[in-house]
Design a protein around this ligand. Structure first.
Ligand code: VG1
Ligand code: CO
Length: 560
């Protein structure tokens, strides 16, 4: 067969955000829209594209299979030699990262809008991951965007029809060159990787119980997202948990109407089930499987920032890190600084990067990082170059198996040792974009006034002294690339912080995120409710920003 050149028109706004291009499905469905973006990704790869292999898969959301077929046709016409495609178009984000690295491909295309709802009236997304298995850095996404702004045509072979539901390999001749599509099992490579990282038999003993310990009862909720097949294979087939302990494990195109974001608001089902049931542990994952939420008995909530710190302090529970050693830790800037305490106490280097997993990649590739995480329910390590929900759950179970304590006791002991960083994030979703921008400008001008530094901010009986206010910028240690305007920060003298950011993953309007982090080491405070402890700082954050005045919002949509 031979390729065709299709004339197209430029679509504005194909600029990838924090994690790829995310828009409403109906926007992707416009004539040539998706084709343009795929062509731009391929073109951005330059000459390396010829004869290359790429991985393709996604979270199973509506429109995904259609786009897999488009990618097959466009890749064939652009000189790609081979595509490795997940069966039914299904691959979790961590699985894509695993497969890129294992087969040393040039990269992968992930079809996901992560935790955004799916279905004909909801969101779709396309993300490119590079040959290290990680999300494309800004240099690459900017290149893609520049191409979308001038694209005149794309190449396609319209009549290739390959059954992506069946595991098999097909090779066709394209302009005399072989082009292969290999449809693979979605889970095999990822499962093999997890088995090499963790001690499955000790986790199995924990979950099944032994002579000296009753079974540790878990409830795993895949939220009708991509992790369903992975949860089935790993928790049910390999670790032997009963079918009633794994729920929502069939990937659905609309996630069954769920908002597949594992937090206390959108995973309320899991929270209630754990509260009312016999469970010692609960976990949920987002649509594409890179986020996780961890709960203990009675739905004891482990904040992602604490989760990261606890894992850091206990990496010796996991065989992988016994082999690799602990190279360093990292967190995104707004993430609570609990892990900083672990790093300081254990003499391990700690890095801070802007929001988004792509900023961890270079440090990991250079061998500086073992563990990293974000407050947005993302935890992961250098086993791949994405955050990894199931990995985080297995990591937690390894720690529990090793320490022989409940989740709550593990946290209490941790706080006793390191002190506690109270953390909360307020999200104001779907605000008017102009109002949100105005508010950010207002905050920026306030915190950059010379007299702001050293000023005292008071709420109730609490007074905080400002150490610094700025717009966070970052220079990558490895390649010197810069990222600026990554969030407005107010740092206080006692180490407390207030941070304001606009989300870069939404598909419409603006989402304002307000992050508040405060450290306490008074033993009497360790058990307190985070919302109560942080109330004065939250009040200050809302006052400085004039958030109510600018947005007309009385309360956040989501608190985590
Ligand atoms: C959000 C989170 C960020 C995360 C990103 C992608 O970005 O805050 O920490 O890396 O989502 O997560 P933003 O720009 O909306 O704040 V996911 O699960 O899409 O891969
Ligand atoms: Co995700």
């Amino acid at each position: 067969v031979t390729s065709k050149i299709i004339e197209t028109r430029v679509y504005d706004g194909q600029k990838p955000g924090t994690s790829g291009l995310r828009k409403a499905v109906r926007i992707f469905m416009q004539e040539h829209y998706t084709e343009n973006f795929i062509q731009a990704i391929l073109q951005a790869l330059g000459e390396q594209l010829l004869g290359s292999t790429l991985v393709v898969g996604g979270d199973g959301r509506y429109y995904g299979k259609e786009v897999v077929r488009k990618i097959i046709r466009i890749a064939a016409a652009n000189g790609v030699k081979k595509l490795i495609v997940g069966q039914n178009g299904i691959l979790s984000t961590p699985a894509v990262s695993t497969i890129i690295r294992k087969y040393k491909t040039l990269g992968g295309i992930v079809l996901t809008a992560s935790h955004n709802p799916g279905g004909p009236d909801a969101d779709f997304g396309i993300k490119f991951n590079c040959e290290n298995g990680g999300p494309a850095p800004d240099t690459v996404t900017n290149k893609i965007y520049e191409i979308t702004k001038v694209l005149k045509n794309y190449k396609i072979i319209p009549d290739i029809a390959i059954d992506i539901d069946k595991i098999h390999s097909t090779t066709i001749q394209v302009d005399e060159n072989p082009f292969t599509v290999e449809i693979i099992d979605s889970v095999d490579d990822y499962l093999e990787h997890m088995k090499n990282i963790f001690d499955f038999s000790s986790i199995k003993t924990l979950l099944q119980g032994s002579n000296d310990r009753p079974a540790f009862k878990v409830l795993i909720n895949a939220m009708n997202g991509v992790t369903g097949p992975y949860v089935r294979r790993i928790f049910s087939h390999e670790l032997g948990v009963s079918d009633s302990s794994i729920v929502n494990v069939t990937p659905l195109e609309d996630f069954g109407g769920l908002h597949p974001d594992p937090n206390l608001t959108y995973a309320k089902d899991l929270v209630d089930a754990i509260k009312n049931g016999p469970y010692d542990f609960g976990a949920a994952f987002d649509g594409d499987g890179d986020r996780n939420m961890i709960l203990g008995k009675n739905a004891f909530f482990v904040t992602p920032s604490d989760s990261l710190a606890v894992l850091a302090a206990n990496l010796n529970s996991i065989p992988y890190f016994k082999k690799t050693g602990i190279k360093g830790y990292a967190r995104s800037m707004p993430t609570g600084a609990a892990i900083d305490r672990v790093a300081a106490k254990t003499g391990v280097k700690l890095y801070e990067v802007p929001t988004g997993w792509k900023y961890f990649g270079n440090l990991m590739d250079a061998g500086h990082l073992s563990l990293c995480g974000e407050e947005s329910f993302g935890t992961g390590s250098d086993h791949i170059r994405e955050k990894d929900g199931i990995w985080a759950c297995l990591a937690w179970l390894s720690v529990v198996a090793n320490l022989g304590k409940s989740v709550e006791d593990i946290l209490l002991n941790h706080w006793q040792t390191y002190g506690r960083n109270f953390f909360t994030r307020y999200d104001y979703e779907n605000c008017d974009s102009e109002a949100a921008n105005k508010m950010m400008h207002h905050i920026e001008s306030e915190i950059q006034k010379p007299e702001f530094m050293g000023s005292k901010l008071t709420s109730g009986s609490k007074t905080y002294v400002v150490k610094l206010g700025d717009n966070y910028s970052y220079v990558d240690l490895i390649d010197g690339s810069q990222a600026s305007k990554q969030g407005l920060r107010i740092l206080f003298q006692d180490g407390s912080r207030i941070i304001y950011r606009l989300s870069g993953t939404g598909s419409s309007g603006a989402t304002i995120r307000v992050y508040v982090d405060s450290y306490e080491d008074d033993p009497a405070s360790l058990n307190k409710d985070a919302q109560e402890v942080l109330k004065p700082l939250v009040t200050i954050a809302l006052e400085i920003s004039k958030l109510r005045e600018f947005t007309d919002r009385d309360a956040p949509t989501v608190i985590t």
